[in-house]
Every structure is written in structure tokens, then in C-alpha cells.
Design a protein around this ligand. Structure first.
Ligand code: DAK
Length: 260
């Protein structure tokens, strides 16, 4: 697929998916949602790619939300189609078995912040501005925002953010537990690339299992999750990565993992 609204770059095992509509502050129209879904699936199935970074083109926005101009006059049926495209794109991102890091480089509002929340975790520029303006438009966050925010920040903080529609800065979002790290604006991509490089050096299969387990455990009892943990832990010993990792330790050398 030729992309108009996203840019995909793959460099040394790290895939960067950049939303590329800077004139509209990277707002998510239907075309962009379809391209995100296609690009996420392509990155997932590319064995060369071990870590994915999602970010926004330009200096001002990660994603300023769903495209209000497109949504404004939708009929109910068109609204359903738009919603389906959103769900497809979000599912493709969230279900990636590889680690996905959001590098939030500016405005991450509404559906834009929901994209970041669908990633495994968020690094943000000190200039980032985060919020859910949906209630100012007569809707509420419908791409997982109510659920994922509450899991990270708790019910009360989430309700305040959504009920007010206010925009908060990166530091406040960090203090609420929504993002992992705030970094100087000019350093954002280099810091996230370095972080991705560090993750990339570790056993891909073990990271994939850990990611699945952590995500699934949200919907399981602790007993069931611990049982699955024991099984998946055992599964690691069926991989060449485990043999390589432990042999490398004993031989006092760096391990070279192949994800096998
Ligand atoms: N949609 C469309 N265009 C947008 C946009 C958006 N969300 N955000 C910005 N733009 C466009 C502006 O219209 C403007 O275009 P031109 O006028 O130049 O053609 C250009 O980007 C630059 O924006 P501004 O001139 O407004 O720039 P400022 O620096 O003055 O302000 C701002 C930046 C981010 C504060 C402001 O642009 C703003 O408030 N933007 C809207 C933010 C917002 O309300 N976002 C939430 C959208 S609602 C669903 C699930 C979820 C959703 C929808 C459906 N289903 C399950 C069906 C999600 C909904 C949302 O995300």
C-alpha cells in the first residue's frame, strides 16, 4: 500500500510509524486510520522489526485527535464505518506482539492520546500537551480512553480529565502515571531510539511472552495469571534465545538473540 498520511521507516530493527498530516496537526481521518492499520500489520509481520515507535510528523503535534472536520457531518451509518476503521487501527497497534513505544512530540488530544495509550508506554517531550477534549464536543473518549486512562491514573483523576476536557502538560501527565518519562523536546527521538535499541538487544520471544502476559493479566484473577506465568516461563526454555542468553552469560560475552 502506498501511504499518504503515514511514513514508515525501518532502521536496524527499529520501525518508526509517523503520522504525517502536520497541516491538520496529524488529526486522524479515515484515510489515516486505514493506513495506520496497514502499516502496523506490515511492521508486525516483518521479522526484521523488533521494536516499533509511533510518533507524529512536525514540531507541534503527536495527533490532535480524530478529524473533527470529517466527523462533523457524519450520518449514523458513516459514523459506524468511521468507528470500525478506528477500532481496526487501534486493534492492529494494540495487538502487536512487539514492543510499541509512543514518542509524544506535541499535542496528544482525544483519539490522539488514545493512540499513545494503545502503545505499551509513552515517552513525551516536555512540550507535549495531553487531554481529552471530547466532552467539549459532546462526545467522550471512545477508542479505549476511559478504560486505559483509569487503569494508569485511577478513577478520580480520569474522571476529572474527561469531565473537564482540560489539557495538561507532560509533567502533570507524568505525575499521574500516564507517561513513563518526560524528556527535552530536541532529545525525544534520540532518547526513544536509544531505549528501543536497549529493548531490541534482549530476547524477542521472552519480551513477546511478557507483553502478552502483562496485558492479559488485567482480565484474569491473580491465581490464573500466575499459573499462565509459570507455563510461559517454562516455554522460554524451549527457545534458542534462552540457551543463547544463559550460555552467553556463562561465556562472559554479549548474547545475540534471533527470536527463535
Ligand atoms: N481535526 C481536524 N483538524 C484539526 C484538528 C482535529 N482534531 N486539530 C487541529 N486541526 C487543524 C485545524 O483545523 C487547523 O487547520 P486549518 O484551519 O489551518 O486548515 C490546523 O489543524 C492547525 O490547528 P489550529 O490553527 O487550531 O492550531 P492552534 O495551535 O491554534 O491550536 C489545538 C492547536 C490542538 C489546541 C487546536 O487545533 C485544537 O483544539 N484542535 C482540536 C483538538 C480536539 O478537540 N481533539 C479531539 C477531537 S475528538 C470514536 C472514538 C474516538 C473519537 C472519535 C470517534 N468512535 C468510537 C467512533 C475521538 C474523538 C476525538 O479525538
Amino acid at each position: 500500500m502506498d501511504y499518504k498520511n503515514v511514513i514508515v521507516e525501518i532502521n536496524d530493527g527499529i520501525g518508526v510509524l509517523k503520522i504525517n498530516r502536520p497541516k491538520a496537526l496529524n488529526a486522524l481521518n479515515s484515510e489515516t486510520l486505514i493506513e495506520i492499520m496497514d502499516a502496523a500489520k506490515a511492521l508486525e509481520s516483518n521479522p526484521e522489526v523488533r521494536v516499533v515507535i509511533v510518533t507524529g510528523e512536525g514540531d507541534k503535534a503527536f495527533i490532535a485527535g480524530a478529524d473533527i472536520l470529517e466527523m462533523k457531518d457524519l450520518t449514523a451509518l458513516e459514523g459506524m464505518a468511521f468507528s470500525q476503521r478506528g477500532h481496526d487501527a487501534f486493534a492492529a497497534l494494540e495487538n502487536m506482539q512487539k514492543p510499541v513505544i509512543a514518542a509524544v512530540n506535541g499535542y496528544a488530544l482525544g483519539g490522539g492520546f488514545e493512540v499513545a495509550l494503545a502503545c505499551d508506554f509513552i515517552y513525551a517531550s516536555e512540550k507535549a500537551k495531553i487531554g481529552f477534549p471530547e466532552t467539549t464536543l459532546g462526545i467522550f473518549p471512545g477508542f479505549g480512553g476511559t478504560q486505559r486512562t483509569a487503569k494508569l491514573a485511577g478513577l478520580a483523576k480520569t474522571k476529572e480529565l474527561i469531565f473537564t476536557g482540560k489539557t495538561i502538560g507532560a509533567q502533570e501527565a507524568y505525575d499521574m502515571g500516564l507517561i513513563n518519562k518526560v524528556v527535552p523536546h530536541d532529545q525525544l527521538m534520540s532518547d526513544v531510539m536509544a531505549l528501543a535499541g536497549k529493548i531490541k538487544a534482549n530476547g524477542p520471544f521472552s519480551i513477546r511472552l511478557a507483553k502478552q502476559l502483562i496485558n492479559r493479566s488485567l482480565y484474569m484473577s491473580t491465581d490464573d495469571a500466575l499459573m499462565l506465568e509459570a507455563k510461559d516461563f517454562g516455554l522460554c526454555f524451549a527457545t534458542k534465545d534462552q540457551k543463547e542468553g544463559m550460555t552467553a552469560f556463562v561465556e562472559k560475552r554479549k548474547s545475540t538473540f534471533k527470536g527463535e
